[in-house]
Design a protein around this ligand. Structure first.
Ligand SMILES: [Zn+2]
Length: 375
């Protein structure tokens, strides 16, 4: 047994450690610094906003900005190893996924209605913004244009709602919802911010991730015009601030966790327009392995064979869903070694987009939403 006085001493030491950490974080926050984490083991590093883009993002180092994360379960999940080989170390809502597709008769005509006509127009506008950096006025303007565009696409079905999810920075995340007969959520997601390598650089962000945005818009257009009535509620998430360390998605999923929302699937698409292989690439690290297997089944059935890869820590917004306890998968346009060489530079231009890849992702998205609406 430990003497009470020792316990008291230990408690006071623990308290002073907490107080010291709080003082340090207060000082750092006051100086405008942000706390980022680059691996499960990394306890965190205080850096400037500019360093995030220049020293990490531009060099391909993944990170999560954890400055505003206070939930101990989320912080623990962000420190857990990844989930490869079915080793789900982060507990997600338990969902049993089918081992085959079963709604082709309903999905096929909708998949056939997907085209690249509107995506080409939308992507031209998105890439014409000087950049879509989440802290720039251009990033805010892009958010306003995207909000208006989602509303105009959704207007074909008056039951669809479109909302802005605001953040501590100006660029909002945007959410379109097709209400189902249950409140269980099936979510497809893409971030819409971009960076060209610094806060002031030209950043057209065509592949990363204007392509994912127009894929979601096209899937929404097809389902809205059809008047599709799902069983599960379908949401289309367009995140702000991904390039700043998954900021928009962290805030959205933190809110969903607090609200106790039931989420059956989150399928994230970040880069959907550059694919020399001609195959969707379904990534396997920091995801839910059961949902990933189901995602591959749906993709294979509707758009053909897939490839696999891993992209590391803080790779994209699926990591935010996972760390908040929701099953997440990540569908990309290509394996890492043959992916677009232009991302995070001023050369991630409209002219580099391979439209067959955008078409493939949009068809997959419609098929996935129809199939998963019955989960
Ligand atoms: Zn991206």
């Amino acid at each position: 047994m430990v003497a009470p006085s020792v316990l008291a001493l230990l408690a006071s030491l623990a308290w002073s450690a907490v107080a010291a950490a709080t003082t340090e974080s207060l000082r750092a926050t006051k100086a405008g610094l942000r706390l980022i984490k680059t691996s499960p083991e990394d306890g965190g590093q205080w850096i400037t906003e500019e360093q995030k883009i220049r020293d990490y993002k531009s060099k391909g180092i993944g990170f999560v900005d954890i400055t505003d994360i206070t939930d101990p379960e989320v912080l623990a999940a962000l420190s857990a190893p990844d989930s490869r080989n079915g080793n789900n170390t982060v507990s997600a809502q338990a969902v049993s996924y089918p081992s085959s597709v079963s709604h082709q008769a309903e999905a096929n005509p909708l998949v056939a209605a997907v085209s690249t006509t509107n995506p080409k127009t939308w992507l031209k506008t998105l890439t014409d913004f000087y950049n879509r950096y989440y802290r720039s006025s251009y990033g805010t303007q892009a958010g306003t244009w995207l909000f208006d565009t989602i509303r105009s696409v959704a207007a074909a079905n008056p039951s669809i709602t479109v909302t802005q999810f605001t953040h501590s920075f100006n660029q909002p995340s945007l959410i379109a919802k097709i209400p189902g007969t249950t409140s269980n959520l099936v979510i497809v997601s893409a971030h819409y911010d971009s960076t060209g390598g610094s806060s002031t650089a030209r950043g057209p962000g065509a592949d990363d991730n204007g392509s994912g945005v127009v894929v979601l818009l096209e899937a929404l257009r097809v389902l809205a015009e059809d008047g599709f009535k799902p069983k599960n509620t379908l949401e289309f998430h367009f995140y702000a601030g991904e390039e700043g360390g998954l900021l928009g998605s962290q805030a959205v999923f933190s809110n969903y966790k607090s609200a106790g929302k039931s989420v059956l699937a989150v399928v994230n698409q970040d880069m959907a327009g550059y694919s020399p292989s001609g195959k969707l690439s379904i990534y396997t690290d920091y995801v839910d392995s059961a949902l990933t297997a189901y995602t591959r089944i749906v993709a294979t059935a509707y758009v053909g064979s897939t490839t696999s890869d891993t992209c590391g820590y803080g790779c994209s917004d699926h990591a935010s869903a996972r760390s908040n306890g929701f099953p997440a998968a990540y569908v990309c346009d290509e394996r890492m070694d043959t992916s677009s060489p232009y991302i995070h530079t001023p050369n991630d231009a409209y002219s580099t987009i391979m439209w067959d890849a955008v078409l493939r992702h949009a068809k997959f998205t419609v098929a996935f939403l129809v199939e998963a609406s019955y989960l």
